[in-house]
Design a protein around this ligand. Sequence first.
Ligand code: GLN
Length: 235
Amino acid sequence: ETADPVGEGGQIVAGTAPGFPPFEMEEGGDLVGFDVDLLEAVVGETDYELSGWETFEFGSLISALTNGRIDVIAAAMTINEEREEVIAFTDAYFEANQSILVASGSDFQPEELSDLGGHPIGAQKGTTGEGIIQSELIDAGDLEESNYNAYDNYVLAVTDLENGNIDAIVVDVPVAETFQQERDVEVAFEYETGEAYGFGVRQNDDQLREALNEGLAAVEENGTYEDISAEWFNT
Ligand code: GLN
């Protein structure tokens, strides 16, 4: 059952999954990051009003959207067909590939996905990184299901990687690079997926989706997108 659409120009609640730096993090009790600043700027260009943010595990965001707990997802969520069967996306606002992270100075230095075969590895539940592990490794017969560790969030996965409980993590490139700067982990190699992130809305919320697309175009045109990027990425 999908919740009703938001009325034109109504109040909207945004949902995200912190622990995915620099897109969304909790710092001193505040929710911050690229997605937070970008969505706020985008909504500011529309006649909708952002009344607040709710946080979830990444794997719960889509149901939170369809059941009406939130009205928009801003969580570095990749636009893909599987998700488009359930929700709709705005135009793309960011492009990314996947990275394979290992512990800093690790003896294990994989160079391609098949090198991960036989090793305990991890990803965050419900992500495209998890999807790659499933389709490219488990389904391909290179990895035992029991060697895959699904985490509620990537921060827990990074901690397990530092502690040697797992040997590698599959995660979006910009986030891998941030963890590499902040934690005892390093990028072993990148795996090209050509993903694009969009904001998620309910399938019956065409007006909201179109307003957000116009807002996105406006912030890309007026320099705000670039300012927000410069703040969160070393560009
Ligand atoms: N971009 C990836 C996905 O959509 C990861 C997103 C995330 O973990 N926040 O699955």
